[in-house]
Design a protein around this ligand. Sequence first.
Ligand SMILES: *Cc1c(COP(=O)(O)O)cnc(C)c1O
Length: 377
Amino acid sequence: MPDEKIRMVDLTSQHRRLRGEMDAALQTVVDSGRYINGEEVDLFAAHLAAYLDTPHVIPCANGTDALQIALMRLNLRRGDEVIVPAFTYASAVEAAILLGLTPVAADVDSRTFNLSPAAVGEALSERTRAIIAVHLFGQCCDMQPILALAAERNIAVIEDNAQSLGAEYIFPTGQRQKAGTIGHIGTLSFFPTKILGGCGDGGALIASDDALADALRMTTIHGQSAKYHHQLIGCNSRLDTLQAALLDVKLRHIDAFISARREAAAFYDEALKETDGLLLPYRHLASTHVYHQYTIQVPNGKRDALQAWLRAADIPSAVYYPLAIDQQPAFAPYIRTAGNLSVARRLTQCALSLPLHTEMTGSQLHRITQRLASFFR
Ligand SMILES: *Cc1c(COP(=O)(O)O)cnc(C)c1O
C-alpha cells in the first residue's frame, strides 16, 4: 500500500502548514513597495542574531556570496593559502580561486565527514592565511583544536555554516556556542533546502567584531560607507525584502523544524541499528546535530547498488558528494592537496544521504527502512 510519494525534501507540505503566516508576510511586503532593503530585512537579521546569540548578522544574496565577501575582508593577497576540507560543496573553493587565493584541500574525519584538525595541522604552510571550517550535514567541526592552530599563527577561521544552522558546538569546558558564531566570520545560506530555507536564494554573514561587521555590511552594498561614497571594493549582494519576510516567519518555527529532523533521524537510527553492512551517522560529543542530512556509509562498493535498489521502490536518496574538490576539473589546477585525502576519496564512494525533512511521516520512514534492510538480507 504505497502512501504519499517520498521526497528528499518536501517544502510544499511545510509551506502548506505555514500558509497563513507566509501569505500575510508576502502581502505586507508587496503592499509596502519596499522590495529592496525593506524593514523586514533588518528585522529578520536582528531576530536571527538573537537566535544565534551573536551581535551581528548581515544578510546577503546567497551563501556563496557570503563566503566570497568573508574572504574579501581578510586582507589576503594573491597566492595566499586557504585551507578547505576536501569533501564539501564547491562554494568555498570557488570563492577562494576567484579571488586569486590558493585553496589547500585537507582531509576530513572518517566518522563525522568534517574537517580533521590533524589534517589541518599537516596542511599549514608559511602562506596559510585562513581556514574555512565547513559544518557538514548538520554537525559542527571540532572547533577547539582548529581555533588553537589558527590562534598560534594569526590565521582567520571562517565557518561555512550553510548546512548546520542551529547546531551547537560544545567546548571542552562545557560552554556551548551556536555554529557560525565561533570563528572570525560565519556564513549562512537560505537556499530553499537548507535548515532555514527561503522561497529562493538568500544568505548571511555573522561576525562579532563591530568594525569587521561594518566592513562586511559595506561590502554587500558596493563598499559604500554612504550613498555614492565607495570606501571599499565591494559587490552587490542583497537579501530581497520578500525573502527576509518569509524567512522571518520560518525562523519562528526553527526549533520545531530541528526537532522534526531529529525525530526522523532517531527513527532511522533505531530501525537500522541491527542492519549489517552500513554505518550510521556518528555523533560527535562536541556538537549537537541538526540533521541537514542523514548520511550513511555503505562500504565495499555497494553504495550505488543500494541507491538503485531504493530507486526501484520509488525511494530517492542522494550522493553528497560524488567527487572530492581536488577531483573537480575546474578546481584541480588551482588546488594544493595536503596528503593523499584518502578519507575524502573513500566517502565519495560510500556516502549516501537518505530522505530527511520536516514533514516525514512514520509510514514513509517505515517504508524506507524496510526497503533498505531488505537490500542487505
Ligand atoms: C548550500 C551551500 C553553500 C552555498 O549556498 P548558496 O546559497 O547556494 O550559494 C555553501 N556551502 C555549503 C556547505 C552549502 O551546503
